[in-house]
Design a protein around this ligand. Structure first.
Ligand code: PMP
Length: 414
């Protein structure tokens, strides 16, 4: 479809979708809100809000240990949410660990590798476009074990150098951990190729799917990925919840992350035996309401249709890139061939935060700064970017407002 096609012919259903998000129906600084900060967090549909309200209003209770009715209901809903998440990513429910989010999930895996797998001289491969949460946990593990953190370089367009990656693989590499989608560049990485190259040498792969989950269909078994992390709040769900997918064999092999209630089979002062995964990794009272809310979020996405979402966002991204390109002095940071709707740019010599503040004054929410990817910004020699990141409820009208807003900001900044 022509990138300049009007919104109503791109996807009429978007207006119905928008109606399900109460927060979008407001004005900010006197203008109808244009929310383009979905890479940071997405808004929540009424079905998620109601599900969470119903939990606290009618069956709030602790899970797994109670014999009473409310506790059984809470346990059933919590475990049903695990099944929903498993179905959403094409996994078995035993392979889905509830975590606080992507950061927590990566830390869980990195802590396990740090304790039981990494040895001096081993290597861990990440990429130059990683979020800090997929850098620092590995850095800490490597520092402690005197292992080496290796970084896949990227091109000026923001694409992984796959030849370099292939040549970095060797028997010392114990894991490859990379983003499926870059939160700063919008690059969609060739994850199938990454997994197949690594597996050829028996190396496991972890995918950071924080920026993929709300935009791209995920089938972990088909991908044959070993670990995958995502955050509920970037997937129309609440904060404080996410998941780690781990192949069953890996979850058996990894040591517990934290000790406490629920993760044990039997405790004596001499020796503790652990519960089976996934509970082995869920010490303490979990984020029950949030897990149930995340279940409702993936039910919502499934009802809309992740393939439809992907197709619509693809068109909207093309439209946004084409329209932004008309702004004099605007340059994109990240122009990968396969890209998502996280669109980073700079205008002239203006500081990203100045542009962001002036957009906010017009009711347009974008993110500015390094987006927790400082090494990536250093790679491009920039302090940060202005990032507009799309979700399924955004429209071509939102993009038109953004373009107008950037033009106005540039005029004001002189
Ligand atoms: N990885 C990527 C690519 C992200 O965009 C983010 C969030 N900005 C994270 C990891 C961390 O997610 P969370 O803060 O929800 O743990």
């Amino acid at each position: 479809m022509d990138a300049t096609t009007a919104q109503h012919t791109i996807w009429p259903e978007v207006e119905l979708i928008r109606n399900e998000f109460p927060i979008l129906q407001q004005t900010v600084n006197g203008r109808p809100l244009v929310y383009l900060d979905n890479g940071a967090t997405t808004q929540k549909p009424v079905s998620v809000i109601r599900t969470m309200q119903e939990y606290y209003t009618t069956y709030n209770s602790n899970v797994h240990r109670g014999v009473h009715t409310l506790s059984q209901k809470a346990t059933a809903a919590y475990e049903a949410a695990r099944h929903q998440l498993a179905a959403f990513i094409g996994a078995h429910h035993q392979e889905v660990v509830f975590t606080k989010g992507t950061t927590d999930a990566i830390n869980l895996v990195a802590a396990g590798f740090r304790k039981d797998i990494l040895q001096e001289g081993d290597e861990v491969i990440i990429s130059a476009m990683e979020h800090h949460s997929n850098i620092v946990p590995w850095q800490l593990a490597c520092e402690e074990k005197k292992a080496v953190l290796k970084v896949i370089p990227i091109s000026d367009q923001g694409e992984l150098d796959m030849d370099a990656f292939a040549s970095m693989l060797n028997p010392r590499v114990k894991i490859v951990s990379v983003a499926w989608v870059s939160n700063t560049l919008g690059t969609v990485n060739p994850v199938r190729e990454i997994i197949s190259l690594a597996h050829r040498q028996g190396i496991p792969v972890m995918l950071d799917a924080a920026q993929a989950a709300a935009h791209i269909p995920i089938r972990v078994h088909e991908l044959d990925v070993d670990f995958l992390a995502l955050s509920g709040h970037k997937l129309f769900g609440p904060t404080g919840i996410g998941i780690l997918y781990g192949k069953e064999s890996w979850l058996q092999k990894l040591p517990p992350y934290q000790g406490g209630g629920d993760m044990i089979k039997h405790v004596t002062f001499e020796k503790t035996t652990y519960n089976e995964p996934p509970l082995k990794f869920e010490a303490g009272t979990p984020a029950i309401c949030e897990a149930i809310g995340l279940g409702a979020a993936v039910a919502w996405v499934t009802e809309v249709g992740i393939h439809k979402i992907q197709a619509y966002e693809h068109q909207l991204t093309e439209y946004a890139v084409a329209q932004l390109r008309t702004v004099p002095g605007l340059r994109f940071i990240g122009e990968a061939k396969h890209r998502s709707g996280a669109i980073s740019f700079l205008v002239g010599n203006h500081h990203p935060s100045d542009v962001g503040i002036l957009l906010d004054q017009q009711g347009i929410a974008v993110r500015t700064g390094h987006h927790c990817t400082q090494p990536l910004c250093d790679r491009f020699g920039i302090p940060g970017t202005v990032r507009a990141s799309l979700a399924v409820y955004n429209t071509t009208d939102d993009i038109d407002r953004l373009v107008e807003g950037v033009q106005k900001a540039v005029t004001l900044l002189g």
